[in-house]
Ligand binder design. Sequence first.
Ligand code: GDP
Length: 295
Amino acid sequence: MFSNLQDKLDRAFKVLKGQGNITEINVAETMKEIRKALLDADVNYKTAKSFTDEVRTKALGQNVLSSVSPGQLLTKIMNDELTELMGGSVTELEITKSPTIILIAGLNGAGKTTFSGKLANFLRENKGKKPLLVAGDVYRPAAIDQLEVLGKQVDVPVYVDRNSEDPIAIAVAGVAHAKQNGNNVVIIDTAGRLAIDEALMTEITAVKQATQPHEILFVVDSMTGQDAVNTAKAFNDRLDFTGVVLTKLDGDTRGGAALSIKSVVNKPIKFIGTGEKMEALDVFHPDRMASRILG
Ligand code: GDP
């Protein structure tokens, strides 16, 4: 996903490595190159600037200039810094309560329903849980059908009430249903909108209040670049979510949003979606993503 950025960084480092005698000016120039590459990859300006400033300070502090292989040391510093920027280490889901309530939020098309199915599958297969999916997207009948199909695929029951148009009542009834039926995780798929609007925010906030979820996962399409960061900020301001799910990382994304989201909303990325199939879900590893970025 970051091949473009990576190419540019490679080139920047080649320049640095090619210099027999590295000066502070060379480092500054390289940082400028890196900052440009990050901006081109759709990382927001503030993140790119603070990242390169931090790397530069560390590089000078660790005496990169007089080290045997400055390029290598600088790569390590950048790797560590990127890892830190994306959350440091894996942030596990909080799934100890029974039932654990997980609210799924995001705009239409972000991949909420698909992720709900994937998460149910992941929790059943990898964590030995007995999840219940709740079809809370009342405005799109197709979304209810879609969730039922996915539920069948991953062998997880789906709570549906086709007679209700009240997402809050459905969510609450879904939780009650889980308690009655011994489901220890409830995954509530919610309705999105094409863009952020007040009705959506009021509704999702009301669902949160009524169900008191332990996790609120904000799902966002990584291909939407800078918009992903803005949407994340708007949702977080209202919902105070507990984690981010970046979908469609299998596509040809510019991907810079992954770097920015954590620093802008200060919430961990917990999962990445890497395809349409139910198995195409990975726990987000900041160090792996950093290595992938830097190559
Ligand atoms: P929702 O409106 O937020 O519920 O979004 P959907 O779950 O319906 O997903 C919208 C489209 O994106 C569907 O065609 C999904 O198959 C697709 N999709 C979801 N997640 C991924 C992913 O990680 N990778 C790819 N390539 N497609 C995805």
